[in-house]
Ligand binder design. Structure first.
Ligand SMILES: [Mg+2]
Length: 433
């Protein structure tokens, strides 16, 4: 038996606002940040579990404090017991009723629980000697169903229906694992489209994205319609008439504004409109979806839990599900989201970028391909070429595809020198000095 001996947290912030990387209509100056947690044990293998919540700067300290409140559930606990039944472990953290009051199951506290759950999954996959996607895809359909909290979901998907989806995918697992290791998983790039970039930089990065083999690009929109028309025109001319261009409004609009604005951009044939309005406005998303056909609505990076995903699907408000590795309650709740998407026949194209989101979420898409949806059709993971060098096992994207990670774990471990160098001390000048 081994026990958890420490739960260390760090407030890590990168000075990305200085270059306007990541700038969009609602977030003009993000500093990509990680509320980072490391769970250590006294096991002789020396393995630790690492994970984080992604934030964009101020408030990262609040997120760290939220993770710290969970320490009492972990210190001194039997590690094997916690890792053996991750469904029960996740429920233990979710159902601390005093902490649950802060949500329930949403926001800072929920994301903190997600970080701890993800760190335990990182540890468990490292112990299994497998990358997380492959470790999850090695579990039986019954084990996978036991990971999911079906409370509030059974009007849309029951455990039996989930079991049927997973069993149907079971016979092809080995073949798809081999294919994934051979060809990787499709990626699309948001690098050209940040709102703070000049027209010249936009055009150059669009051409580079096509030359680099990406199957789709994405542009930020929503600050100024004339600018959007000009920038989409530049991008469309750069990539050609048939190349998919998605657009992302980052929650900028009211419902009627969204419908009018997207229809005004229809001539550029957007592959989807992402986050047109508040991520909590389920009926608003459904109204937008009806008002902008055939353009599809994509959302999810700010969807707070499986219940909102359920309702977006039930209401017809979401044609593309964009899960985020650190927004919800961790791997377990994202398995629920993947099962919901499979039930409703909606493709999952995860949100990534930031710091570490590509590293973390690739495992969920790859697990989905092997063991849930069984398909890569119409599916791709967002990719932004930022900050990967700070990770022990950085994402590898080659010719527009994520290579399947083979190192044990969830790819969420940062290099110690990066953790030390970018731990927030109150100002970037000190961090970068
Ligand atoms: Mg987005």
């Amino acid at each position: 038996m081994s026990t958890i001996v420490s739960v260390d947290t760090r407030d890590i912030r990168f000075p990305t606002s200085l270059e306007l990387d990541g700038s969009d209509a609602m977030n003009p100056d993000p500093d990509y940040s990680a509320a980072y947690v490391t769970i250590r044990t006294d096991a002789p293998d020396g393995l630790a579990g690492d994970a984080f919540v992604f934030t964009i700067g101020r408030g990262n300290d609040v997120q760290v404090a939220a993770i710290d409140t969970l320490r009492g559930h972990l210190l001194g606990r039997d590690v094997e017991e916690l890792l053996r039944d991750m469904g029960e472990t996740s429920r233990l953290l979710m159902h601390d009723s005093q902490l649950r009051w802060l949500g329930p199951e949403k926001g800072v506290m929920h994301m903190a629980i997600g970080a701890v759950v993800n760190a335990l999954w990182d540890l468990r996959a490292k112990r299994a000697g497998l990358p997380l996607w492959q470790h999850l895809a090695s579990l039986s359909p019954e084990e996978l169903v036991s990971l999911v909290d079906f409370r509030y979901l059974t009007d849309a998907i029951t455990p039996d229906e989930a079991l049927a989806i997973l069993r149907a995918a079971e016979p092809g697992r080995a073949e798809r694992t081999a294919r994934l290791l051979e060809v990787g998983y499709p990626a699309y790039t948001t690098t050209p489209g940040w709102l703070g970039y000049s027209d010249e930089k936009l055009e150059r990065l669009c051409r580079e994205a096509v030359a680099d083999g990406f199957p789709q690009i994405k542009l930020k929109v929503g600050a100024d319609l004339d600018d959007d028309v000009r920038r989409l025109g530049i991008a469309r001319r750069a990539v050609g008439p048939d190349f998919p261009i998605a657009i992302d409004a980052n929650q900028r609009w009211d419902v009627s504004d969204a419908i009018a604005w997207v229809n005004a951009l229809a001539e550029f044939h957007p592959a989807w409109i992402e986050e047109p309005t508040s991520p909590d406005d389920i009926l608003g998303h459904a109204a937008i979806a009806r008002g902008i056909r055939p353009v599809r609505v994509a959302t999810g990076e700010h969807v707070q839990n499986r219940i909102v995903f359920k309702q977006l699907l039930q209401a017809g408000g979401m044609a593309v599900m964009q899960i985020d590795a650190t927004r919800v309650g961790g791997v377990n709740e994202n398995i629920a989201n993947l099962l919901l998407a499979a039930k409703f026949g909606v493709p999952v194209c995860p949100h990534a970028g930031g710091v570490g989101l590509c590293e973390a979420v690739q495992h969920l898409s790859m697990f989905d391909y092997v063991a849930v949806s069984g398909s890569m059709d119409g599916r791709m993971i967002e990719y932004v070429d930022h900050l990967h060098e700070h990770f022990a096992v950085p994402t590898e994207v080659v010719r527009g595809r994520y290579l399947a990670p083979t190192a044990p774990g969830a790819s969420t471990e940062m290099l110690q020198e990066s953790v030390d160098a970018y731990t927030w001390r109150g100002a970037h000048a000190e961090v970068t000095a």
